[in-house]
Design a protein around this ligand. Structure first.
Ligand SMILES: Cc1ncc(COP(=O)(O)O)c(C=O)c1O
Length: 383
């Protein structure tokens, strides 16, 4: 099976980890500090704070902003559940707005209608490697005095009008194994707010300013030097790996141009870093995914059940009417996308997609000449 993702771990990471292991200094130390310094420079902000994963990066920022029960945070349901979970863990309430049908990102035009006197923050998710409409989001936030927290967990290095993801409001990144840059597990926060950065550094380390001087209630959200050593090696490769992702995406775009499917769009002024390459294939999606897997192609769905339909969210009365989100969850799929994908593997993926789309696309929808027959076949495969 050609996997959907494969981390790019090589001699550089192995050497970096070995060096840390041999040094005996494993926990948060000089490599974490170096990663933070380099990431802040990379994003173009004053501070980067490393954390043990992206979820706690989000949670720590929300805690630092002082979110509390009764507060509302506007975000999307078309995301990994951690976005909403991090809001919930502060006691605040996620308020879901719908997405744009073509970018799969928060539909900024819908944000103002969701603002109430309890709204404290807007959390755009730069899903799949594309930055949300930050000009409009920032303007709305400024107008209403709201914080902006970017969930850039999937968008390392993505650009919006010359600025990097994570450089607008307070940014949060995941360094999970399959992300564009990884430390196996890890996270990074970016901010220009000196006070928040100081608070976050204390919060992630038991509230300790200096040895056994506990200045506030804190936690252990530290990253290890072992992980940071991997992160530094990954950062060295980020530009090259992003270029490779973009080349793979261009190859897919070209190969699918004549098919009745939607390929990812990149609005003017943005650069996509293709954490995922998402195809819009219509109502035969499940049949197409099944056919791709039969052909040895690890296609996957991000995300099959939107957050607002998860039981623990519905039980909290947080369900919302989000037809575009529901549509994306039902009709899109993601193809193998990682820097190490070989040309031969990509050719296999392309051939399998062309074959599956020819067999199933349009079934239950408007494309294709053999809708009825193929629809029955699609159902059979889907089961
Ligand atoms: C959009 C999004 N938000 C948040 C997270 C949480 O990051 P982590 O898995 O590092 O906790 C992830 C990654 O898994 C993500 O993709």
């Amino acid at each position: 099976m050609i996997p959907i993702a494969r981390p790019d771990i090589g001699a550089e990471e192995i050497a970096a980890v070995t060096e840390v292991l041999e040094s005996g200094m494993l926990a948060q130390g000089k490599r974490v500090a170096a990663l933070e310094e380099r990431w802040a420079a990379e994003v173009g902000v004053r501070h980067a704070i490393a954390t043990s994963n992206g979820t706690v990066a989000l949670m720590a920022v929300f805690a630092g902003l002082g979110l509390e029960p009764g507060d509302e945070v506007i975000t999307v349901s078309h995301t990994f559940a951690a976005t909403a979970n991090a809001i919930l863990f502060t006691g605040a309430t996620p308020v879901f707005v719908d997405i744009e049908p073509d970018t799969y990102l928060i539909d900024a035009k819908r944000i103002e209608a969701a603002i109430t006197p309890r709204t404290r923050a807007i959390v755009p998710v730069h899903l799949f490697g594309l930055v949300a409409d930050m000009d409009m989001i920032q303007a709305i936030a400024d107008r209403h005095g709201l914080a902006v927290v970017e969930d850039a967990c999937q968008a390392h290095g993505a650009m919006y009008r010359g600025r990097k993801a994570g450089g607008f409001g307070h940014g949060t990144f995941s360094l999970y194994a399959t992300k564009n840059m990884t430390t196996a597990e890890g996270g990074l926060i970016t901010t220009n707010d000196d006070r928040l950065a100081d608070w976050l550094r204390l919060y992630r380390n038991q509230g300790m300013r200096s040895r056994y001087q506990f200045e506030m209630l804190g936690y252990n959200f530290r990253l290890t030097d072992l992980a940071a050593a991997i992160g530094l090696a990954q950062l060295d490769k980020l530009e090259r790996n992003t270029a490779r992702r973009r080349a793979i995406a261009a190859g897919y775009d070209e190969a699918f141009a004549d098919l009745p499917v939607g390929t990812p769009i990149t609005p003017d002024g943005r650069t996509h870093v293709y954490h995922q390459y998402t195809l819009q294939v219509g109502p035969a999606r499940d049949a197409i995914v099944a056919a791709l897997r039969d052909a040895g192609v690890g296609a996957d769905i991000y995300y099959p059940i939107p957050v607002h339909r998860q039981p623990y969210i519905m039980e909290r009365g947080l369900h919302a009417d989000l037809p575009v989100t529901d549509g994306a969850a039902a009709t899109t799929l993601a193809l193998p996308m990682f820097p190490g994908l070989t040309d031969a593997e990509q050719a296999t993926v392309i051939a399998a997609v062309r074959d599956a789309v020819a067999r199933f696309a349009g079934t239950g929808g408007s494309h294709g000449a053999h809708g009825t027959t193929a629809s029955a076949e699609a159902e059979a495969v889907a089961r």
